[in-house]
Design a protein around this ligand. Structure first.
Ligand SMILES: [Zn+2]
Length: 106
């Protein structure tokens, strides 16, 4: 009767192994497949699109302070030039240099 004792312990070991295997599989399943989403890439593309569309550069007109004609259009970087532009420019209507100040286009 030595064989039956061996058989018994083998059965027990098998059922324990089985039980552990089942728990292991069902426990590890939900962890897989959650890390392939990257949030970084779409955000970087959107930032680049914004920089191309708007950015710190805005279009402005230079208006003659004497005859109020808008003789020049230019662009300025709001980050580098926060103040209103005031430049001595040639006014073709008065045919002389006058002070031109920045105004909005439109
Ligand atoms: Zn003028």
């Amino acid at each position: 009767m030595a064989g039956s004792a061996l058989e018994n312990s083998a059965l027990v070991a098998q059922s324990v192994e089985h039980h552990h295997g089942k728990v292991g599989v069902s426990g590890s399943n939900p962890l897989g497949g959650y890390f392939f989403l990257t949030v970084d890439e779409p955000r970087r593309q959107r930032d680049m699109a914004n920089a191309k569309k708007k950015g710190p550069v805005e279009k402005i007109a230079l208006q003659c302070t004497e005859c109020k004609q808008k003789n020049y259009t230019t662009e300025k970087n709001r980050r580098n030039t926060p103040n209103k532009l005031e430049l001595m420019k040639y006014c073709p209507f008065e045919r002389k240099h006058t002070l031109h100040k920045e105004t909005k286009i439109k």
